[in-house]
Design a protein around this ligand. Structure first.
Ligand SMILES: N[C@@H](CCC(=O)N[C@@H](CS)C(=O)NCC(=O)O)C(=O)O
Length: 74
């Protein structure tokens, strides 16, 4: 079964850009989910990054990886 990769991001974010470049260089297909960073953050973002509540978050087969540099290393 193919891996499921989801990126929670906000398009102007430089942190998200870092992750998108890494995914492109690796040729990894992923589902992009734009997140609202205002007062009403999405339940998925709050669930996947419950400590900092920030994008970017990479979700690999349901498991979150937070922090852009950590995602790039992952
Ligand atoms: N150190 C984090 C920084 C992430 C970050 O600051 N994300 C901002 C958007 S650029 C965010 O989610 N802000 C929402 C908030 O602070 O509530 C990383 O490298 O991923």
């Amino acid at each position: 079964m193919a891996d499921e990769v989801v990126l929670l991001d906000f398009w102007p974010s430089m942190y998200g850009m870092r992750v998108k470049i890494a995914l492109a260089e690796k040729g990894i297909n992923y589902e992009y989910k734009e997140r609202n960073l205002g007062k009403h953050k999405s339940p998925l973002l709050l669930q996947m990054n419950s400590v900092h509540k920030k994008i970017s978050v990479l979700i690999h087969n349901g498991k979150p990886v937070c922090e852009s540099l950590v995602i790039v290393q992952y």
